[in-house]
Design a protein around this ligand. Structure first.
Ligand SMILES: COc1ccccc1CNc1ccc(C(N)=O)cn1
Length: 246
């Protein structure tokens, strides 16, 4: 999978995407991440890429021409039109379902806005999707772009090793992860739940599913109500919630 990122701050990406899982995937060429500096496409001798908003008001707006020329510098070489995702507070909020959808693309162009945003005509001209990573305002679209690259890359075959990829299952059938423990057995007078020490895998899986159901019910009712539970799950949850009341 290939990501082309149109940004004013290409150097931001190397630090974050050079490390760990994503860094390894880049080295193994399972994913490619290329940054394009929008400022390189300014026609202005001062490399100007923003200007005052028509209609007045505070802040600056990114001009259309440098962004569209940066886009064309990529698109004109391709025989297909790559999907262009604009990271903005107005986009549909990213979730694992959208991440899965994006991971099926061969090539994504991510457009990172800055200042108060970009000239609307860029959105009309080249943007296919507007995506937000949550309802809050950031300085630029770069952090959201890194979040998108990280979450999507984890779903690309070969990026996660077999152990690492395990977490994809439990997490992403719409349930929160069960509690995790590792050595030592006792820490600050707190012991590991007995069932995890039993070696009884059926009971361990049952306990884990029960914990996931309970946590999702208690911590994320919005996620919980989207679940369709079978009888066994409903019983597991009931039992767990009864223990809570005791
Ligand atoms: C005022 O900033 C903008 C205004 C319009 C577009 C882009 C920006 C850049 N900032 C962003 C970008 C994305 C997100 C998000 N929630 O995904 C938050 N902030």
């Amino acid at each position: 999978m290939k990501f082309d990122v149109l940004t004013l701050f290409p150097e931001l990406f190397d630090a974050v995407l050079g490390e760990s899982i994503i860094g390894r995937a880049r080295q193994n060429n399972i994913i490619q991440i290329n940054t394009v500096n929008i400022r390189d496409f300014s026609l202005n001798k001062h490399r100007k890429v923003d200007d005052y908003p028509y209609g007045g008001g505070g802040g600056m707006v990114m001009m259309a021409q440098p962004i569209c020329d940066a886009y064309l510098s990529i698109a004109e070489k391709l025989s297909y039109k790559p999907r262009v995702v604009y990271l903005s507070p107005q986009g549909r909020v990213l979730n694992q379902e959208i991440v899965k959808e994006l991971s099926t693309e061969e090539h994504l162009i991510l457009l990172c806005g800055h200042y108060e945003g970009i000239d609307e005509r860029v959105i009309e001209e080249i943007v296919d999707d507007e995506i937000s990573i949550g309802d809050y305002v950031l300085t630029g679209g770069e952090l959201p772009a890194m979040v998108l690259i990280d979450s999507v890359s984890r779903l690309i075959p070969g990026v996660l090793s077999s152990e690492e990829s395990y977490s994809q299952e439990s997490h992403y059938e719409g349930l929160l992860e069960y509690p995790q423990y590792t050595r030592p057995y006792e820490f600050s007078e707190r012991k590991v739940p007995g069932v995890l020490m039993s070696g009884h895998h059926e009971n361990i899986n049952r306990w884990r599913r029960q914990q996931s159901l309970k946590r999702t019910y208690l911590k994320r009712p919005d996620m919980f109500e989207r679940l369709s539970l079978n009888e066994a799950d409903r019983k597991l949850l009931e039992e767990a919630l009864k223990e809570n009341e005791e």
